[in-house]
Design a binder for this molecule. Structure first.
Ligand code: PMV
Length: 325
């Protein structure tokens, strides 16, 4: 186990280019479909864990405030997994903060749980390798399994851990995040996945369409082919959203500006600028383009009505310790 000081880790958010939507087994949080993501340098979470033999329960703060009960429970579940592996019952203090506004509804669970898995494992003295950390993070949020690694990362269906596919610098791209609206997402991803699986007539179609589109995304990443990657990436996102839109009640994450950005990206392509969109469980749009076209695409996105700001990001690195170990 670590000494009395904090163990601090940083991890970066990731955006899926081939989407994960649907669990193979709810209790273990294993994905039903393969996914492939790009870890992003611009969005990170820093998490510190301190062991507290004097405490009877864990203390969890997120962005300087006591965590809400549901978020606290998810953090404690990760700590419990780590404690079971370490054979410890010692409680801990967890402090986590994002370098991007959480209130904007940008994905924070992926970077958050990856940073937590690393900081907690090290604080409790576990000598675990990245695949083990990825499996710990996955139990809290499957997308977090991918944030343990940098660059392009895959998580296969039914797998415990994610794995790196290609280093970010080997296929340099820019992801532009068009922030379209504030506020929390309308329905959380676990609940949305359950509803889609139980009620959407398109869910079986999604389960059979996702693996081949993942293979196309993967092949395009390895071939460094932006056009093939972007085409398959858009198909993956739209098929995922189609399965949600057909759920009862319908799951609609789009805001008016979401479609405004989609239109803008399609118009950019018509005029010869390669750029491609993807959307997750929220109204923001993430746009992939080459470094040479990033600033002109960024200007075009910022001019779409309803876009509040645009965050530009290169590929990010793997989760890492920043001190205390
Ligand atoms: O791992 P979760 O529960 O945050 O779900 C992630 C779902 C999507 O962001 C919509 C897709 C993905 O692969 O990240």
């Amino acid at each position: 186990m670590s000494g009395p000081g904090p163990v601090t880790a940083i991890a970066h958010a990731n955006i899926a280019l081939a989407k994960y939507w649907g669990k193979a087994k709810d209790d273990e949080n294993l994905p039903a479909v393969p996914s492939l993501s790009l870890t992003l340098a611009a969005l990170s979470t820093t998490t510190s864990v301190v062991l507290r033999p004097d405490l009877e329960s864990d203390s969890v703060s997120l962005d300087g405030e006591t965590a809400a009960p549901r978020a606290r429970e998810r953090v404690i579940r990760v700590l419990d997994d780590v404690r079971t592996l370490a054979g410890s019952t010692t409680r801990a203090t967890v402090e986590s903060s994002n370098d991007f506004p959480t209130a904007a509804g940008l994905a924070s669970s992926a970077s958050g749980f990856a940073a937590l898995a690393l900081a907690a494992a090290r604080a409790y003295g576990l000598a675990v390798e990245p695949p083990d950390l990825s499996a710990i993070a996955r139990r809290a949020s499957a997308s977090a399994a991918r944030s343990v690694f940098g660059g392009f990362v895959e998580l296969r269906a039914g797998e415990q851990a994610a794995a790196p596919v290609l280093a970010g610098q080997d296929f340099p791209l820019v992801m532009l995040i068009a922030v379209t609206a504030r506020g929390p997402k309308s329905i959380g991803s676990s609940e949305g996945m359950r509803l889609t699986r139980e009620t959407s007539p398109y869910y079986p179609a999604w389960l059979s369409a996702a693996p081949p589109v993942f293979e196309r995304v993967r092949a395009a990443v390895l071939a460094r082919d932006l056009e093939a990657l972007g085409t398959a990436m858009e198909e993956s996102a739209l098929m995922m959203h189609a399965s949600m839109l057909a759920a009862r009640p319908a799951i609609v994450y789009f805001a008016p500006a979401t479609l405004g950005v989609v239109e803008c990206v399609r118009a950019l392509r018509k005029s010869g600028t390669l750029s491609y969109f993807t959307m997750d469980a929220g109204p923001h749009v993430k746009v992939l383009t080459a470094p040479e076209t990033a600033s002109s695409v960024e200007r075009a996105l910022a001019a779409v009505p309803g876009v509040e700001r645009v965050i530009a990001s290169r590929a990010g690195r793997a989760a890492a310790l920043v001190g205390g170990a």
